[in-house]
Design a protein around this ligand. Structure first.
Ligand code: NAP
Ligand code: G4F
Length: 363
C-alpha cells in the first residue's frame, strides 16, 4: 500500500504492549508495512509506540493503527480481510497472571477466544497468511520436568495459563486440521524498561528508583521464593519473527536457560545502588496468588538449532538496564553507581536496531 520497498504486511494485536512495541519496530526496520490493533480508551494508551507512529496523512507511513478488540469477532474478521496480512502476530491479552484470578471470564475471552477468533478469520483466507500465537511458559505451571521444552506436558495454575493452553492447542489444531501456517512461541518471562509496572521486575526497579528519589520508603512484595527464567524482551521479538520465517510451521520454547528467584532479583537490584533490600522490602499477602508457579526454566535448544536464535543479555545486565532507566525517569543520577553509569538510556524510547546492536548493556 504505497511504500516502494515494502516486502510484506503484518498485523499485530497487542501493539501497544511491551512486546508489540518492540516487534513493530523490528518489522518496520525490515521493511514491513505494519498494522496494529489498539483498543479504544478514554486516555492515551500508545506511549510505547508514539515514537514510530506518523500522521496517516503523510505518504508512505510504515505503521497504521486500527481500533479493535480481541473480544469482538466482527471487527477482527473485517480487519483481517481488509488488511490481508502476510503475517499475523497475536500478542494481545489480559496478560497479568494475578489479575486473571479476579477476572477469569474476561481473561478467557481475550486470551483463549481471542486467539480462536483470529484463527477462524484466517482459516477462510484466500491467501496464505502465517500466524504467530504468543504462548507462555506459565502453561507449564506445576512443572512436569526441568528444564521445560516443547514436549513437556502442560499443568496450568491460573485462569491466564488455562486460557493460554487453549490458545496453544487451537493453534496446533488449525495447523493440523486446516493446513494453516500457525505457530506457537512458548516464551519465558521477558522484561525491559517498557515492562508494565505491576510485573515483579519492573515493580522492583521502579520501587528502588522511588526510594532513592524520596518518593517511597518501602517496597511491598509477595512470594520471594518463586524462580523465573528472565530474558530481554527486545531479543524475544526477534525469535517471534524467526518462527514465522521458518519453512515449516512449528512450536518453539524461547528462554535463557537460567533461573533466578524473586529474592535474588530484589537483592541484585538494591545491591546495584549499594542498598540492603532487607531494610526496605516488606511482605504483603495481597500479592500472593491462590496457586503459584514455583519455578520455570526453559530449554531453547530447538530455537537455537532451527532458527539460529540465542539470548544475549544476562540477568544482571537486564536488571541494570531497567534500573538505570527507572532512576533517570525519577530524576536520580546514575553517575555514582559504577554498574549503571554507562548504560544506554531507553528514554526517549530508542529504536530496536540500536538496542540490539548494543549486545550487553552493563559490566
Ligand atoms: P502487555 O505489555 O500486557 O501487552 C498486552 C497487549 O494486549 C496490550 O497492547 C493491550 O492493550 C492488549 N490487549 C489487552 N486486552 C486486549 C483485548 N481484549 N483486545 C485487544 N488487545 C488487548 O504484554 P506483553 O508483555 O507485551 O506480552 C505480549 C503477549 O505475550 C501477551 O499475549 C502475553 O500474554 C504473552 N507473553 C508475555 C510474556 C512476558 O514475559 N512478557 C511471556 C510469555 C507470553 P492495552 O495497551 O490497551 O492494555
Ligand atoms: O512478574 P510476574 O507478575 O510474572 P508472571 O506471573 O511470571 O507472568 C509473566 O510471565 C509469564 C511467562 O511465564 C507471562 F506469560 C505473563 O503474561 C507475565 O508476563 O510474577 C513473577 C513472580 C511470581 O511468582 C509472583 O508470585 O513474582 C512473584 N511476585 C512476588 N511479589 C510478584 C510480587 N509478582 C508481582 N507481579 N507482584 C509482586 O508484588
Amino acid at each position: 500500500m504505497g511504500r516502494g520497498s515494502v516486502t510484506k504486511t503484518a498485523l499485530i494485536t497487542g501493539i501497544t504492549g511491551q512486546d508489540g512495541s518492540y516487534l513493530a519496530e523490528l518489522l518496520i526496520c525490515k521493511g514491513y508495512e505494519v498494522h496494529g490493533v489498539i483498543r479504544r480508551s478514554s486516555s492515551f494508551n500508545t506511549s510505547r509506540i508514539d515514537h514510530i507512529y506518523h500522521d496517516p496523512h503523510e505518504s508512505g507511513a510504515a505503521l497504521t493503527l486500527h481500533y479493535g478488540d480481541l473480544t469482538d469477532s466482527s471487527g477482527i474478521i473485517s480487519l483481517v480481510n481488509r488488511i490481508r496480512p502476510d503475517e499475523v502476530y497475536n500478542l494481545g491479552a489480559q496478560s497479568h497472571v494475578a489479575v486473571s484470578f479476579d477476572m477469569p471470564e474476561y481473561t478467557a475471552d481475550s486470551v483463549a477466544m481471542g486467539a480462536l477468533r483470529l484463527l477462524e478469520a484466517l482459516r477462510h483466507a484466500d491467501w496464505e497468511p502465517r500466524f504467530y500465537q504468543a504462548g507462555s511458559s506459565e502453561m507449564y505451571g506445576m512443572v512436569r520436568e526441568v528444564p521445560q521444552r516443547e514436549t513437556t506436558p502442560f499443568y496450568p495454575r491460573s485462569p491466564y495459563a488455562v486460557a493460554k493452553v487453549f490458545a496453544h492447542q487451537m493453534t496446533v489444531q488449525y495447523r493440523e486440521a486446516h493446513g494453516l501456517f500457525a505457530c506457537n512461541g512458548i516464551l519465558f518471562n521477558h522484561e525491559s524498561p517498557r515492562r508494565g509496572g505491576t510485573f515483579v521486575t519492573r515493580k522492583v526497579t521502579r520501587g528502588v528508583a522511588q526510594i532513592l528519589a524520596g518518593k517511597a520508603e518501602k517496597l511491598y512484595l509477595g512470594n520471594l521464593e518463586a524462580l523465573r527464567d528472565w530474558g530481554y524482551a527486545a531479543e524475544y521479538v526477534d525469535a517471534m519473527w524467526r518462527i514465522l520465517q521458518h519453512h515449516t510451521p512449528g512450536d518453539y520454547v524461547v528462554a535463557t536457560g537460567e533461573m533466578h528467584s524473586v529474592r535474588e532479583l530484589v537483592d541484585v537490584t538494591f545491591g546495584l545502588v549499594g542498598l540492603d533490600f532487607q531494610d526496605y522490602v516488606e511482605f504483603d499477602e495481597r500479592y500472593v496468588r491462590p496457586t503459584e508457579v514455583d519455578q520455570l526454566l526453559g530449554d531453547a535448544t530447538k530455537a537455537r538449532d532451527l532458527l539460529g536464535w540465542e539470548p544475549r543479555t544476562g540477568f544482571r545486565d537486564l536488571v541494570a538496564l531497567m534500573l538505570a532507566n527507572d532512576l533517570r525517569d525519577f530524576g536520580v543520577c546514575t553517575d555514582p553507581y559504577d554498574d549503571l553509569a554507562g548504560i544506554v538510556s531507553d528514554r526517549p524510547i530508542r529504536g530496536i536496531e540500536s538496542l540490539l546492536s548494543q549486545g550487553t548493556f552493563a559490566s
